[in-house]
Design a protein around this ligand. Structure first.
Ligand code: SAH
Length: 353
């Protein structure tokens, strides 16, 4: 099959086998890329029209017990400035966010044992009580199955946990001994079983990544069927061993967004901050390639620069309101409109949720 035939197959069957995906990623021409993009944008527009969902991102802690080789807040980075938000800080971010129209809050952070189950359950309960019409998304790394169940019972609706790479050998080149690929994958299945709207995802162009790895990532998403998928380019961080690697490519990230949209038509797909970091119009391009979500930053401005996963991260100098206005304008410039709904997962022509 040639690239156009594979694109057509993706569009009509939402599937392709591993060899076809590898062939497509390695051989796609600019013209074919445009065909792929148009198809993906069309599928997204059938579901979401020109509406873009927003998630208010609150970066609750830069403490992390893990030591992921690529990440700027890894435990062994002695230059990282560590902070954690108090419950009051987090609630005040939600207050601001609610007034601005946000109906989903994402609490993300390093794996910080300071945030015990009891503490998080109380916080989740308080957010739900104040804003019953909002969804709560957690992105706090791997926790015990028991803990994930408790947080769900307390009212958390969604959980983001990127699988990072679907290849165990590659996972082990990105993470130190003691971090387990199997546990990451098992946790993702558990999250789905508990009932969370679950997000997986991976970095594009991470060190040592091959096209085969990316094909495996695409097939993993197809198999897991998460409700959300976060992908963005790897971006080096100056205080990590991977500082000298190039950032992931814009074109390749956009191509993958389009393929993910065609393979998983209903999936919630963000145009990520990392994409906006490697290109001034990265997030707009992401939307035009099939993404339908953006995640403006609601973290207190005094801490933003310290949640430094990679170099040159955008939106670290602004207030929440400014970030939102900026994104609204960016979306408007390409004919899209930000909406204030929770933005839950829906299956088209199928039962809800
Ligand atoms: N501790 C949480 C949140 C991690 S930060 C967890 O383990 O899930 C969120 C995401 O940022 C990560 O999943 C990773 O994919 C991404 N990330 C980290 N370092 C990065 C880098 N250098 N370049 C691009 N993305 C990075």
């Amino acid at each position: 099959m040639n690239c156009n035939e594979i694109i057509n197959k993706l569009k009509t069957t939402q599937n392709a086998d591993k060899d076809e995906l590898i062939y497509l990623l390695d051989n796609i021409t600019d013209d074919e890329r445009e065909t792929l993009r148009k198809n993906a944008q069309e599928v997204a527009q059938e579901r979401f029209g020109n509406k873009i969902f927003i998630r208010g991102l609150i970066e609750i802690s830069s403490f992390c017990k893990n030591d992921c080789f690529y990440c700027g807040i890894r435990r062994s980075n002695k230059n990282a400035v560590r902070y954690r938000l108090s419950a009051e800080d987090i609630l005040s971010c939600c207050d601001k966010g609610y007034a601005l129209g946000f109906r989903t809050f994402v609490l993300q952070g390093g794996e910080d044992s300071h945030f015990t189950d009891d503490m998080l359950c109380e916080l989740i309960g308080e957010i739900k009580q104040r804003y019953p019409d909002c969804a709560i998304t957690l992105s706090l790394g791997e926790r015990s199955f028991d803990s994930l169940q408790r947080l769900y019972n307390a009212g958390a609706d969604r959980y983001l946990l990127r699988h990072e790479t679907a290849c165990k050998a590659h996972y082990e080149r990105l993470h130190p001994d003691g971090m387990s690929f199997d546990n990451r994958v098992n946790t993702l299945y558990k999250l789905k079983e508990i009932g969370y709207q679950t997000g997986a995802g991976f970095m594009v162009g991470s060190p040592f990544q091959t096209t085969e790895n990316l094909a495996d990532d695409l097939l993993f998403i197809k198999k897991l069927k998460p409700q959300m998928c976060g992908i963005g380019p790897f971006v080096p961080h100056k205080d990590t061993d991977y500082r000298d690697f190039e950032h992931g490519s814009l074109e390749l990230t956009l191509t993958l967004l389009s393929i993910i949209r065609l393979m998983n038509p209903d999936i919630l797909l963000p145009a990520t901050t990392a994409l906006g970091t490697i290109d001034f119009r990265g997030r707009e391009l992401g939307i035009l390639h099939g993404a339908n979500v953006v995640m403006p930053n609601l973290s207190p401005s005094e801490h933003r620069k310290d949640y430094s996963l990679y170099d040159n991260k955008i939106c670290t100098g602004e207030e929440a309101a400014e970030c939102l206005v900026c994104l609204k304008n960016r979306m408007r410039s390409i004919g899209y409109e930000i909406v204030n709904s929770r933005g839950d997962y829906r299956q088209l022509n199928n039962k809800e949720k």
